[in-house]
Design a protein around this ligand. Structure first.
Ligand code: SF4
Length: 431
């Protein structure tokens, strides 16, 4: 490890016929794209013939799976987020998941979103049992043997003490630090498995587009430096011992790029320092935020050079939505196609010039939209680029929520084969 020492996190293993306990398992230190389940960070695990539960360094449950026959697949698991949602990671049941979303595992969410893929894992009895009863199942695990090391007995007691109500309360505290729950995270946050620390540097957005299901009523307003610092200090206390398992921040809310350059850089630098990212167990710090077309066109060019020099790899996701005027007006986005095209060009120039800054963009997708929308988008992602580029992903965001569709998925694959930029589906995920 770099500055923190594994000696402070001694591994301990206990095993008998009924239970296995592993404390301080050293998981992966880099987020990777693998076709088998990778566990990140330092964590601890308890396994019985019926279940496997994993806990973070604050003794909070973070992964779970049943070993009963009804569980869909041994490589599928549940993950609990800091917002206290459970996400079911499925293999998707067929080979198209990685092509569609850029990841080998498909996140199935407990709430309605715009995903085109996935089944209904939350309706299976095995998943419902874990969600409803995980703490009861955990409480029933008793190890009454003198051979259980004292440290393991202490750990078992500690994990039992954290109740579901405590976790729900902690999620509310997290939302209260910035004032609100982040209703949408950038698609690029998939590169950190959505393990981000949210810091709000501005509220609201510029456009209040008609089609948007994640907007709020707040007018665009940046926060003060003091407010940002206060959030970071509060977040440090909230994440507590588990902070060393984080190395990524999300600067909210919906248009951080429209905040002044100095404020963006201040937030990133202060977070890196105060949250101790240079001592993190996880390597390669990541910085994520959203930007609007106007914010990008008006951005000080020095910003990208300065971001490029930060100890982060930065991903900025721009809501382009469409390069066709009629479609923009239909979805109620008050910008012109000309501006969208200029923004797209600027994104490509930034991607070429700065190795540690990646500009990604979103376009809407729906069978009800005109061919002109598709052609205008293809003109950018194919026509304006003369060869395939690995950087600068384009995300297609289905307009409809709660409406998985094979037909729209087929449309997506058709577009993907034509794009000269990496193209994926955007599954809207909240904190
Ligand atoms: S798409 Fe972006 S700019 Fe438009 S309303 Fe939603 S958050 Fe605001």
């Amino acid at each position: 490890m770099d500055k923190i020492s594994l000696a402070n996190y001694p591994a301990l293993t206990y095993k008998d016929q009924q239970v296995s306990i592993e404390i301080n398992c050293p998981g992966a230190r880099d987020y990777t794209k693998m076709s088998y389940p990778v566990k990140y960070g330092l964590f601890s695990r308890i396994e019985t013939p019926e279940l496997i539960f994993e806990f973070n360094l604050n003794h909070e449950i973070r992964h779970a799976r049943s070993k009963e026959d009804g569980w869909s697949h041994p490589s599928e698991w549940l993950k609990r987020t800091m917002g206290d949602d459970w996400v079911y990671y499925s293999t998707g049941g067929y080979a198209g998941v990685v092509e569609s979303i850029g990841e080998y595992y498909l996140p199935n969410l407990m709430y309605q979103t715009n995903s085109l893929l996935g089944g209904k894992p939350f309706e299976t009895p095995e998943v419902a049992k874990i969600l409803g009863d995980w703490h009861t199942l955990l409480s029933k695990i008793e190890v009454n043997t003198p051979s259980l090391p004292a440290k393991a007995a202490q750990w078992l007691g500690s994990i039992k003490q954290v109740l579901p109500e405590d976790l729900a309360r902690k999620a509310k505290k997290l939302f209260a630090i910035s004032g609100d729950r982040a209703t949408v995270l950038p698609p690029d946050a998939r590169h950190s498995d959505y393990d981000i620390i949210p810091i709000t540097i501005q509220d609201g957005c510029l456009y209040k587009c008609r089609f948007c299901k994640v907007k709020n009523k707040k007018v665009f307003q940046e926060r003060t430096r003091q407010d940002i610092r206060n959030q970071i200090i509060a977040l440090k206390a909230l994440y507590g011992k588990d902070l060393i398992n984080y190395n990524a921040i999300f600067l909210g809310e919906h248009d951080a790029l429209n905040a002044p350059m100095d404020l963006i850089l201040y937030a990133a630098r202060t977070a890196h320092e105060e949250l101790g990212f240079s001592d993190s167990y996880m390597r390669e710090p990541m910085l994520y935020f959203f930007g609007s077309v106007d914010a990008l066109l008006n951005a000080d060019d020095r910003l990208f050079d300065r971001l490029n020099r930060l100890p982060f790899h930065t991903c900025i996701n721009i809501g382009l939505e469409s390069a066709d005027d009629d479609t923009l007006s239909l979805i109620g986005k008050p910008i012109s196609a000309r501006k969208v095209r200029r923004a797209f060009e600027k994104m490509q120039a930034i991607n070429q010039k700065f190795a540690r800054v990646e500009m990604t963009g979103n376009f809407v997708m729906d069978r009800g939209l005109s061919e002109a929308h598709t052609l205008a988008m293809l003109d950018l992602v194919r026509g304006s680029i003369n060869h395939t580029r690995p950087k600068g992903s384009v995300y297609l965001s289905p307009l409809k929520f709660g409406s998985p569709s094979r037909e729209v998925l087929f449309d997506f694959y058709h577009l993907k084969t034509q794009s000269r930029l990496p193209m994926f589906l955007y599954i809207i995920q909240r904190l």
